[in-house]
Design a protein around this ligand. Sequence first.
Ligand SMILES: Nc1nc2c(c(=O)[nH]1)N[C@H]1C(S)=C(S)[C@@H](COP(=O)(O)O)O[C@H]1N2
Ligand SMILES: [Mo]
Length: 537
Amino acid sequence: MRAGGMSGGAAPVEPQQRRDEDVGHRIPAGRAALSGLVATAAALGVVELLAGALGGVQSLVISVGDAAIDSVPGWLERAAIAALGTHDKPVLLTVVVLVCALLGAGLGLLARRRFAIAATGFVLFAGLGVAAALADPRGSALGTVLVGLLGAAVGVVLLHRLLAEARVPEPGAGGQQEGVASETDRRRFLLVAAGVTALAVAGGVGGWLLTGRERLGELRAAIRLPVPFRQAGPVSPGADLEIPGLTPLFVPNKEFYRIDTALRVPIVDPTTWHLEIRGRVDNPFTLTYGELMAMPQIEADITLSCVSNEVGGDLVGNARWQGVPLRPLLERAGLQDGATQLLGRSVDGFTAGFPTITALDLEEAMVAVAMNGEPLPAEHGFPARLVVPGLYGYVSATKWLSAIELTDWDVDGYWIPRGWAKEGPIKTSSRIDVPAPGSRVAAGRRPIAGVAWAPTRGIEGVEVRVDDGLWQQAELAERLDVDCWRQWYLPWDATPGRHVIAARATDGLGEVQTDERTPVAPDGASGYPVIEVVVEG
Ligand SMILES: Nc1nc2c(c(=O)[nH]1)N[C@H]1C(S)=C(S)[C@@H](COP(=O)(O)O)O[C@H]1N2
Ligand SMILES: [Mo]
């Protein structure tokens, strides 16, 4: 704060040497901070609106969040996912916006005395967002820089304007009541601030609405899926036990777990999308969506699991996938020596790699275009993703696929340097769904039921143990496919009291699910599920 004596001071100052705002006015800290905050909101609103309206420019807010996700150490990212689960994204976005608000308020305070420095701060601030957005392979560099500059300009101009509105008479400056704003003046300032904020929010919301989700919905609805040349088998009634509370054989798309690093679901326009097959191949080629859809397709029931799925967790699901098998694509490309890894690349820069031999061995490994009879939902990788039986998603299931790159084994996919194993075969697993873990149930005869999966190996048996009893063989639902999970159940005479129920699966190789508990990192949780229920008498 300036010394109060200066403006009413003895030394006369030439008018032309005095800045307008120095004459008998001061800006209260609260108003300055609010001005900075509102100017920041306006800058962000303009940026987000333009990013939504212009195809080639990514949202700067989202980009900063994405950059944060990509640059935090692996253990922190894992801890965040563990603590927040699927709420990690809204929480991160809120943090980014709050940090922006704080920075803006700080710049507002600074601008009272050092406007030029605050303005520079605004430009640097925008520069950070631009830098983050430039790291995204989807954005146009020029567009991103221009939008960032425009945002900074809007912020600086508005900050200047708002600070002018924010002034109140200095003590001793005469005229109005000393040092306090008149009521009309106060109202005017708040009105201007509220008006600009409303416009900023409208801009931000408009930007989100303009990202093409609507249009994508229409495009997806118009897609006609080709009839696969190899269809998955019919689902006999015995394959889905339909026990209340038991996870259905096919998890509906809307309920299918979603795991990815994308802060906002990538909206990919299939009319401009391409899939490149490149790297260590003799004949690299590119497919349009139309060309991909015109290729012979297969259908397969495959259970997909996340390596972060805890024992008993729900980051696992089963779907009927349809798509183009990988093997003919690789044969057409002509594999070169040393093409030992198949690296999927996503439009958003994510990568996942697995042994090429797996794609050649497994007929069901595919570029999937459909899930449970409809084109892939945006959340699950539209227009195309990889699905490989038996491998955790982090090494195989690249969504929003843009390239299949053949590399040697030294290239690492996204999660490998972040503390996860290079190879990610899905461990033989089971889960108890019924009775719900931790629930209270009535005494009497009732089923214990769940699912078990060991994609590529299949499930041969599930055993259940109640309290200190013997392991008992559960009934298995009919097998659809080795890649697909299997439901199981055991009738149980539930007696009053607290009970501990455990389950363990045996896969097609005769391997029994281990009782040895390991955490999810680095290569997936092991150990069989154990739940507790209270039976009421
Ligand atoms: N582009 C992209 N693809 C991705 C991921 C990602 O972060 N980005 N995550 C992978 C992981 S870790 C898993 S478990 C599966 C989850 O697929 P789903 O969201 O369709 O269930 O997607 C995989 N594909
Ligand atoms: Mo995952």
